[in-house]
Design a protein around this ligand. Structure first.
Ligand code: ADP
Ligand code: MG
Length: 274
């Protein structure tokens, strides 16, 4: 399992389109994430950010175009109803264990303790040794700063702690890429910082991350690339400096001025170390 060649392209989308019924939500998205890239994905509500991210871990199947994870193209078949579905369940499992997702609503199992949540996929999906997984899970909980919550149930944790547990759970899969879909949007403002700081630490470790976010300070200071989606197309992409300081598109400028000065200052403060 562990002698992968030095592939540098971790995620590659090529002309990805996705329709729901007659609504075309993604209209030809292409981009790549190289190993160690931290890509912030910006765009107003409904622009297709979640759909795009969900195509990367096969929660959505593109209507056309291709998604590759470390050079492996996700295979898709047409169904009788004229839709698309994954061609191989084996491949879905393989891809899902390389691509971990952190959701806005945490999605922890409510009937399991935090430790059980973190161990669940490594033990039951990846079929790895239980004792090893337990030791690793403890280490990941330590890393996100909630080792003391290992035996608590999710409802006894604050939103920020739950989201950090969800990050530990994602890490436990040893994924090649981490997907975050608005990981701080459901949190009370005073809890956003603790999650952003964990994410910054992961970025500093060189992990490959795709992050849908409205936290402009994170996009500017932590990511090395920024994508701006507008109505299902990549309207602009570049380094944070290119995108924030030299944006070419009126729509992007409009979007950026819409996130008020107040929000940006708050966001920047939350990123500072505690
Ligand atoms: P964003 O994350 O940028 O807010 P989404 O990717 O969630 O955007 O949604 C883009 C568009 O696709 C929206 O118009 C949304 O209503 C629509 N959409 C998303 N998922 C579905 C679905 N499963 N069925 C029908 N329409 C959907
Ligand atoms: Mg969304």
């Amino acid at each position: 399992m562990e002698h992968s060649p030095p592939v540098t392209v971790v995620v590659q989308l090529t002309d990805v389109r996705k329709s729901f019924g007659t609504l075309e939500v993604l209209k030809g998205i292409s981009f790549r994430a190289l190993r160690g890239d931290v890509i912030s994905i910006l765009g107003s509500s409904g622009s297709g950010k979640s759909t795009m991210l969900r195509c990367v871990n096969m929660l959505e199947v593109p209507s056309s175009g291709s998604v590759e994870i470390e050079g492996e193209t996700i295979t898709v078949r047409s169904t009788r109803g004229g839709r698309t579905a994954p061609a191989s369940t084996k491949q879905v499992e393989r891809i899902r264990s390389r691509v971990a997702m952190v959701f806005q609503g945490f999605n922890l199992w409510p009937h399991m303790t935090i430790l059980q949540n973190v161990m669940e996929a490594p033990v039951h999906v990846q079929k790895r040794d239980r004792a090893t997984c337990a030791a690793e899970a403890e280490a990941f909980l330590e890393k996100v700063g909630i080792a003391d919550k290992r035996d608590s149930y999710p409802t006894h944790l604050s939103g920020g702690q739950q989201q950090r547990a969800a990050i530990a759970r994602a890490l436990a899969m040893h994924p090649k890429v981490l997907l975050f879909d608005e990981p701080t949007s459901a949190l009370d403002p005073e809890l956003v910082g603790e999650v952003l700081r964990v994410m910054r630490a992961l970025a500093d470790e060189g992990r490959t991350m795709l992050v849908v976010t409205h936290e402009m300070a994170f996009a500017r200071e932590v990511s090395n690339k920024v994508l701006f989606l507008h109505q299902g197309v990549v309207e602009e992409e570049g380094t944070p400096d290119e995108v924030f300081a030299k944006s070419q598109s009126d729509r992007l400028r409009q979007f950026l001025s819409g996130s008020t000065a107040e929000t940006r200052v708050a966001s920047s403060t939350r990123l500072k170390t505690a």
